[in-house]
Design a protein around this ligand. Sequence first.
Ligand code: HEM
Length: 334
Amino acid sequence: MHRAADLNVPGKSFPMLLETFPLLAKVPTKYAPWKHGLGAKKGSHRGHDFFYSLAAEANANEGHDECYSKHIFKEQAKFGLRPQEISALTGNLFGAGSDTSSSTLITAVLAMRAFPETLIPAWEELDRVVGPDRSPTFDDDADLPYMRAFVKEVFRWRSVAIIGGQPHAPIQDDYYKGWLIPKLTWVQGNVWAIHHHDREFPEPDRFNPMRFVKDSPDARPFPGERGYMTFGWGRRVCSGQALAEQGTWLTVARLIWGFKIEAALDADKKPIPVDINNYTNGLNWRPQPFKVSITPRSERIRQAIVREGEQALANLAQYEGETQYRMSTFYKKP
Ligand code: HEM
């Protein structure tokens, strides 16, 4: 995923540089190493690519009839899906979903560490609504307005797809406020600028969940009911948005419920500072590694975490097993 993120820096290296030198895109792929990016240089000796093979393997396994790959294969004839499309439909969940989600969670931890005052109202709310003997669940969402605001602020503060994800292009000449946007122009929504405009978000670099608390003096009107544009716009909006919003909410709420997130100490017991601007390059960014101390908030909470962790492992045991394929060896001839 890091390699994918690295390839995704506009104007830095191929294949993104093809946008700057479009002539090079006309060279047949076979003779154009700059087009290969993450993919194999030649077709696979196995007949299919990596993600198709994983999906086909899942489809052949007994049980788990609700499996997404099984669903895709069941619908294959109806929609005339080619192997490459099955590969994309299944592989995209990793490609689009894993780095974005994990980067957002690291940003959340950085915010907790850098702005500890924002944890105090969250703990007050969680202790009142949830208590120490179980972690928060989706059923608690409606009773945890500050937690909802906290997660919205994570999405706003350092939106992972900093310029709105993949480039778009109009399919015909278009006009916006009198400006001509010629057909096929590269268009990006500058999410960073939108989320850091101090008309809507005063002191934009300050992580402040109160911006999203109804009737708070820090709240400002924003076009769009969610209050942020983190997942793009229109018909190519992130198709994993609901999953990502729910997953981020649950993870952030449980992290805050369970743990003190504090400064890590150096050898002289001095707090190690963090830099809220030290991020990676790329269309999707994440904080550079930083040090933080994470400890359970109380013994009762620690016990609840262990109890729920054991139950989760038992629930997940049915999915244990190894796939026969590895990306690192898949394209190598035996
Ligand atoms: C915090 C997590 C995530 C963020 C911030 C995010 C953000 C985005 C953005 C900005 C786009 C581009 C939208 C556009 O072109 O206008 C996108 C596309 C996409 N996302 Fe996400 N995403 C996240 C998680 C996920 C997850 C968990 C999945 C699936 C499991 C997913 C699947 C996709 C797919 C398939 C596309 C391409 C949609 C298309 O081009 O039609 N994303 N995402």
